[in-house]
Design a protein around this ligand. Structure first.
Ligand SMILES: [Ca+2]
Ligand SMILES: [Ca+2]
Ligand SMILES: [Ca+2]
Length: 498
């Protein structure tokens, strides 16, 4: 399905012109392929295995090692990267080069690129060899080639080996790419830094959702282009460009990546799975939760809970404090992996979250993973189906529990209907775990005549607007302790009934 460029393969002149094609002969190959990835990424090798959370690798080197299979992934990535230069990166081109990843060897793919594979390769068929070299140069380096460079590479394209017509021009293009992968000139280093960052971004964004959705693909491409352009020959600029990749992951909603963290709103337990986590001498200090931020509906939420020990090298578990649990009520506002507003739940970490590695570890900021959330309907105490929240059942059950009733006395005539109703024991376990978030006035205690009563009143009058000052005051009248306002308390109660 390769398209031909007859005007370039007809022997004629040493240099192509608009009026005549290129000359070709059997000139031998004088450029050998180099081990590209080894060259490109030699400077980014990690000295020790860093800890990771979820699927995201914590080290920039790990990104390239884990995500990119040389050499197949190299060519489409290179092809797409070329579009970051003078041309806008369009989705068709990006998709085209990526689709070649598993289908064509590098020379063959680049031959397709040279041949002007329809219009998607960025090198349409009407371009002459000299123009191809110039465009390649401008895209890659931001400047046109000087006359010696132009002459050298154009003549190679004009005269190269044609014994393998499906790969010979691709061989020259491969040589040209190899040329950019060696040497220490700033322009070459800059290309390598951008390519390295592009690979990390590609890894982070390469999902079925992104491929299938016009909206998502535009987000990805626009984000990638903006990230790559500021990168120079300084390695720090590359690292800065990828430092917020977890945020990008969150933006595009990577459905292809399984959640590696869970949060149970009823128990308040956050369980995070990762790799290579290390213990630190001393109690409750292996993990620093204040380095963790959760994303969901609305603004991001940095945790305030106390430190914990890891449970193994691959997992830690935190039972979040009351403030964190209440802070997450409106953010993680439905079960599953995304909020009511379809914002993916995400956990991100800044350096030092696994304290044994220390805050100096630069890679940890790259971590991030999706969270699966359960039991957000905290006031559906009996787990009824049709009517989830009801003062006569859920409100009464909570109040009775807070008053100390257990067993048959707890549930007598106070449960609704449903296929998976909780029995007395299940309700006791459930409420015991959820108790901290029911402290809606924030005085540090969950009491029947304060929190329980206010929750019951709100369940009895769920339709009252929070702007109705009198109605809000009626809910908290004589029952409020602590310093929270009436509206704050009612908002918290409402967050328990998402
Ligand atoms: Ca410890
Ligand atoms: Ca219920
Ligand atoms: Ca209270």
């Amino acid at each position: 399905m390769l398209l031909s460029r007859p005007n370039r393969s007809t022997p004629c002149h040493p240099l192509p012109t608009a009026a005549s094609g290129a000359r070709r002969n059997n000139a031998s190959r004088c450029w050998s392929a180099v081990t590209l990835l080894a060259t490109v990424f030699a400077a980014t090798t990690a000295s020790a295995a860093p800890p990771t959370i979820g699927d995201a690798t914590a080290s920039s080197a790990d990104f390239t090692v884990a995500a990119v299979r040389p050499p197949d992934s190299y060519t489409p990535l290179m092809g797409s990267f070329l579009m970051f230069g003078a041309d806008a990166l369009d989705w068709t081109s990006y998709s085209f080069w990526r689709s070649l990843a598993g289908n064509a060897p590098r020379d063959q793919a680049l031959q397709s690129m040279y041949a002007g594979y329809a219009t998607v390769a960025g090198f349409p068929a009407f371009l002459l060899n000299e123009e191809i070299i110039a465009k390649f140069w401008v895209n890659l380096f931001g400047t046109a080639p000087d006359s010696a460079q132009s002459l050298f590479w154009t003549s190679r394209l004009n005269t190269y080996d044609v014994t393998s017509p499906t790969t010979s021009k691709g061989r020259v293009m491969a040589d040209l790419i190899d040329f950019t992968m060696t040497g220490t000139a700033a322009a070459l280093v800059r290309v390598r830094n951008r390519l390295s960052a592009a690979q990390m971004i590609k890894y982070e964004t390469d999902t079925a959702t992104e491929q299938g959705s016009t909206t998502d693909r535009n987000v990805v491409l626009n984000a990638s282009r903006a990230r790559l352009q500021p990168i120079t020959d300084a390695l720090s600029t590359r690292d800065a460009a990828v430092a917020t990749l977890p945020r990008l992951r969150w933006v595009i909603e990577q459905n292809g990546i399984a959640p590696k963290a869970t949060f149970d709103a009823a128990s308040g337990e956050l369980v995070v799975n990762g790799t290579e986590m290390v213990a630190l001498a001393g109690a409750n200090n292996d993990i620093d939760p204040t380095k963790l931020t959760l994303y969901g509906e609305g603004t991001a939420y940095p945790l305030t809970s106390s430190g914990v020990e890891i449970t193994s090298a691959t997992q830690f578990r935190i039972t979040l404090n009351q403030a964190d649990r209440q802070g997450l009520l409106t953010r993680l506002n439905r079960d599953g992996t995304s909020s009511k507003g379809n914002v993916s739940y995400l956990l991100a970490a800044t350096p030092g979250w696994n304290t044994a590695y220390g805050a100096a570890q630069p890679q940890a900021a790259l971590t991030g993973t999706r969270i699966s959330v359960s039991n957000v309907a905290l006031l559906n105490v009996d787990k009824s189906d049709a009517t989830a929240y009801d003062a006569a059942t859920d409100g009464v059950l909570l109040l009775r529990y807070l008053l100390g009733q257990r067993g048959a006395a707890l549930i007598a005539s106070a449960r609704g209907t449903g296929t998976t109703l909780r029995d007395a024991t299940a309700i006791e376990t459930y409420l015991a775990g959820a108790l901290p978030v029911f402290d809606v006035d924030g005085d540090g205690q969950t009491l029947p005549h304060t929190d329980g009563l206010m929750i019951l009143r709100r369940l009895l009058n769920p339709g009252a607007a929070t702007t109705d000052v009198a109605a809000m005051a009626a809910i908290t009248a004589g029952a409020k302790r602590g310093s929270r306002s009436d509206v704050e308390i009612v908002n918290l109660i409402d967050a328990l009934t998402p």
